[in-house]
Each structure stands twice: as structure tokens, then as C-alpha cells.
Write a protein of this length. Sequence first.
Length: 422
Amino acid sequence: MSASRHPALSATDPELASFVAAEEVLQAQTLRLIPSENYVSAAVLEASGTVLQNKYSEGYPGRRYYEGQQNIDRVEALAVERAKGLFGVDHANVQPYSGSPANLAVYLAFAKPGDTVMGMALPMGGHLTHGWGVSATGSWFRGVQYGVRPDNGLIDYDAVRELALAERPKIIFCGGTALPRTIDFAAFASIAEEAGSVLVADVAHIAGLIAGGAHPSPADHADVISTTTHKTLRGPRGAMLMCREEHAKAIDKAVFPGLQGGPHNQTTAGIAVALHEAAQPSFTAYAHTVVANAKALAAALLERGFDLVSGGTDNHLILMDLTSRGVAGKVAAKALDRAGIVVNYNTVPFDPRKPFDPSGVRIGTPSLTSRGLTAAHMPAVADWISRAVDAAAKGDEPALGAIRAEVTDLMAAFPAPGLPLS
Ligand SMILES: *Cc1c(COP(=O)(O)O)cnc(C)c1O
């Protein structure tokens, strides 16, 4: 398979080529439920592997520190124009290497070390880079953190407001990595305004849903929008920072020369292609189907007795608390993996267990929706999950093997974008 797909690589480095080929098989045969992952299109893959890779281009289109930018400038300007059009923003910077460096650039633009910053706590569903202690953002800055309500798993906006007014943070982050519910950007904006804070909407997980109209947009509410490009947006691994004109200079200066050197032009090209794809009517349908599938999967899991944080989902993501099933998140995640279902173990809010051995499993529908699965398939998916979790609790390996065969069968009928037909 790989020799024909990557002939030069196979000839030069057969060992590495064999790893890539094995990964192609793994991605083709498994049911991938990690909500931050997806399958990029063949076009995005091609754009991300071009000779644009060979070019140094520190600076911005028309203002570079190296010559020979005739084509690179057009590539980056196209990506920027598409980002502005798709998200309805004044300004877009497409150079951040990934989501974490993009967020670090936001700190550099708006805060000084030691300043107070505010974000959602990691165990509540926030991201490391929102001021959590083990991250540079939590040790170089003074991170104060909000969470969700213990009774319903929803963000407590009154508590967010109280904390913001007491702490007057320079920056407030909203958004996260394990939030199954719609984010009220307008509520965060009024809190940030009252507290005199810069509001950053980190939509890394839901950017594709926003682009496709399946989640409200922060464009009218946030000072800065930070996003990765590789999650629901279905582009290459990278990130973008978008903002109003008034913050454009600060953001650009923070990314380069503040934090980074030369942009990864091959990634910029892949981002441009992904943004073009995301502007098509088919992507609007995709985004809505991602949500419909997640809601159908959540309903099917609830029917099978699972506890879901916040009782369900509004977006692409479901956080399952496995406490009542008598199995820890990591044990379940590893059993699911052996059953051909790829998830990640995750803390749940107020988790009594440790982060490296938490109570939950996080799942999502972006990848299976990219393969063409619909709501009609979700009861079967929930069945597999339920059987695998029970098998994990009992140590029933043959049951996991049986599920894996069924999963492989269904996946064969739904070839993934960007992968060779298996
Ligand atoms: C994924 C994610 C990031 C970080 O992105 P990386 O590309 O992994 O650095 C930042 N913020 C949020 C909310 C995320 O979900």
C-alpha cells in the first residue's frame, strides 16, 4: 500500500515508510472517537506536503526579511483572506505553529509576567494554556480559575463574574477541551467588559462547528479568537489568531518576532485549502451532522445507563463518567482501544481520582462523521462502547476481540478521507 502511495519514502527509508503504512491501516480500521482528531482531505494532505516547506519567510506578506516571496506571499494572503471571510473577523494571523504557541502569543500581546489571568480549570474542562499551574502560562502568570457547577456540570456564569470582578484579570479565556455544552460568548463578553479584561475565545475544538454554523460565533463578542486548525476545522496541525483591527498589530508582533521565527508555509497552504473546504455548503452539512451524531450517540449512551457530564451534549463532544459502571477511565480507554475504538481517558469535574487515572472517558464525532456515519449508526456505536466497558470491568478479552471484528467490518464500508481505500 505504502510503496505505491509514498514511492520515494519507501525507497529511501522503508523502516519509516512501514510505520506510516501501519498508521494508515490503523486509521482506516478503527473507530476514532477522540474529539480533537479528524481526517483531513487528500487535498489538505497534498498542500501540507509541498515544496513550500523549503522556503524561509519571516515577516508577513509584503513585509518579509527574506527575498523570493512572490508565491509564499500569495499563499499566506489567501489563507488570511479566507480566514477573515469564513469567521467574519477584521484580522487573521495564520502563522502560529499550534494552539499552545498561539495562546502564548496572546499572553505576550496583552500581559506581563506576574499579571493575573483567568481561565477554566483543566480538570473542569479547560486547557493547560489557560493559566493552569504545570503550564508556563500558570507559572509565569498568576492563573485564577473558574469551573462548572457540581449539580449540572454547566459553567456557572455568576461565579465567573464574581471571580473576574474580584481578580480583575488582564486576560479571560473562555473555551476548553472537554466542554460538551454551548459557550455563551455574549455572557463572557459582558463579564470581561465589566472587569476590564481582554476576552479570548479559544475555539480550538469547535472552530469547524462555528464555521459551519453549528455553534454560535464569538466574532461579535471576543477581543481575540484563538483556534487550532486541525480539530473540527479539519485542516493541518496549526493555529490561527483572529481579532478586531485595534488588536491586529499587537497580535502580529507577538507571533513574530515575539515568539516565533519563520512560518511553516506548507502548513499555511494546508490551512488555506481547509478554509476553502470549510466555506462550502458540504461543510455546513458536515458541521451539523457532527452535532446530530453526537446528540444521537449521547441519547443512545444514556439509554444504556451511562452517566454523561452535564447530561448530554450540544456540540461534537461527550464526557462519560464511568464511576457507576465500576471501571476507571484508563482501564476502559485501553479496553476500548483493544476493541478498535480509540478514545482518551479524561478527568470529569470534581473527579475524586487522579488526573493520570481519572473516572472518565472523552469521546466525539468529528472523525466518524468525516467517514459518512450518520445518526442511524449511533445506537450500534453506543452498543459497542457499552459492551467494551462491561468487558473491561470483567476482564473479558474475547468480547473485545469480537467487537473489534464488528468495528473493522463497518469501517471498511466507510472509507476515510485522505486514506488509501483499504
Ligand atoms: C487543542 C487545544 C489547544 C492546543 O492546541 P495544540 O495544537 O495541541 O497546542 C489549545 N486550546 C484548546 C481549547 C484546545 O482544545
